[in-house]
Design a protein around this ligand. Structure first.
Ligand code: UT7
Length: 404
């Protein structure tokens, strides 16, 4: 079957982010654990980390990031056909999904679900959003190959969220982890485009590469607090009933062991996505591309950059200094900052690359379709704070029903 009609491309049509304004500085941490400002800056590049207050739980940050992305795309919550929220269940609830709470807060009328994926979860969620759009189109083409694509297919849009509130999980006596991790959520809207320039110049989502190696799992994990527990002395699995349930998730990271695979995996993911999407390494678009890496540690980002031909300003890592490592939020928040800051323009290649628990690593590649947003599409920090108050109030009403 040869399709005579022009098929739409899938683009990011809006971006958003919600990073809590409260900061935990290196001097603050010096008072809490045996560490120093100099050590943290030299080994991680972090000066301070964004920490959520009780008024900024994960679903509220998700709703604010989603709201900002919808405004950026010129849409309302009612326009959205699916919400996917990548997170590590670092909010109050393991069930129901944080995505469904966000759906309620935003007033959207669509399916919504969470997904994990370690710190690569934002890339996986974006790819899942792409697949949902592509799947809708494919189903129509399979049913009615001759018919024009109907509006309900062309108007289908996906809101992708990714982020965590890891400060709720950390042990602030463990200097191996509490100096690194933080809170924040990034967002993107995916939709079809039949814009002539988008079609001709092949703008939009190009593809995703993913890989995993479960043998490295013991180097980065936290317990859910339910199910059979294991002894930290001999590793034996036991089921001790209610008494064995742990109160705190017990975050564990072998930082030094994680470091080298992280560099190798992010470099591999970048090389693979460039090869997979047949990007010509001698082309101007390759030499001018922007890389948006998972900002786990500035040294990891810098080591990956040194394995590419790109200048430091082409590998965005502004977030790690001011926010810390907000897990699968880092590169999604950065994508919003790159868009709002005018670093992305129509035709510019953008590669997001990440690794994380699992281990799972991967990359996605876009040929950016949007111009720099107009002031009317941008949400100021003050407006974000007002949104936090609005969504927190609605969230607390929702929570109060649990006790009714
Ligand atoms: O997105 C989540 C995925 N996680 C990561 O990507 C983490 C990757 N790993 C890292 O970012 C780094 O390994 C850390 C920042 C966690 C640690 O840095 P490092 O350069 O690998 O330090 P290290 O563990 O090799 O420790 C070096 C020294 C040791 O002292 P000695 O034995 O040389 O005397 C540690 O005891 O630094 C000491 N140390 C600290 N000193 C002050 C370890 N942690 C600290 C600390 N403050 N917080």
């Amino acid at each position: 079957m040869v399709y005579t009609q022009q098929l739409p491309r899938i683009i990011i049509s809006g971006t958003g982010s919600a990073v809590p304004p409260h900061r935990l500085s290196n001097p603050d941490l010096e008072k809490m654990v045996d560490t120093s400002n100099d050590w943290i800056i030299e080994r991680t590049g972090i000066s301070e980390r964004a920490i959520s207050t009780q008024y900024e739980p994960l679903p509220v940050l998700g709703a604010v990031a989603g709201h900002v992305a919808l405004k950026s795309a010129g849409l309302t919550a009612k326009d959205i056909g699916l919400i996917i929220f990548a997170n590590h269940k670092s909010g109050t609830f393991a069930v129901p999904d944080n995505a469904t709470i966000v759906q309620y807060l935003l007033g959207a009328e669509c399916p919504a679900h969470d997904q994990n994926g370690g710190c690569t979860g934002g890339i996986i969620a974006e790819s899942a959003g792409y697949n949902a759009l592509a799947g809708k189109l494919y189903a129509h083409l399979m049913r009615n190959p001759e018919e024009e694509i109907p509006h309900d297919v062309l108007n289908f849009k996906v809101l992708v969220l990714a982020g965590d509130t890891l400060s709720h999980v950390l042990n602030y006596k463990d200097r191996a982890t509490c100096i690194l991790l933080s809170d924040g959520v990034g967002a993107a809207v995916l939709q079809f485009s039949l814009d002539q320039t988008v079609l001709e110049k092949k703008y939009g989502f190009l593809g995703c590469y993913l890989n995993a190696d479960g043998s490295l799992g013991p180097n980065l994990w936290w317990k859910s607090g339910v199910g059979p527990q294991f002894s930290s002395v001999d590793g034996n699995l036991t089921y001790g009933g209610h008494e064995a349930q742990v109160k705190r998730p017990d975050f564990h990271m072998d930082g030094q062991v994680v470091f080298k695979p992280a560099v190798r995996m992010m470099t591999e993911a970048f090389e693979k996505i460039v090869e997979q999407e047949h990007i010509d390494k001698s082309s101007p678009e390759y030499s001018q591309m922007m890389i948006d890496p998972h900002q786990a540690n500035w040294r990891i980002v810098d080591a990956v950059r040194k394995r590419t031909p790109f200048a430091p300003e082409q590998v965005y890592a502004e977030g790690i200094k001011k926010y810390g490592n907000n897990s699968l939020g880092t590169y999604m928040v950065a994508q919003d900052e790159l868009h709002v800051g005018g670093h992305l323009y129509p035709g510019r290649l953008l590669a997001k690359v990440a690794f994380g628990a699992g281990f799972i690593w991967g990359a996605d590649l876009h040929r950016w379709a949007l111009n720099r947003p107009k002031p009317s599409q941008i949400t100021s920090d003050a407006e974000k704070q007002a949104l936090v108050r609005m969504y927190y109030s609605k969230y607390s009403e929702w929570v109060s029903q649990l006790c009714a």
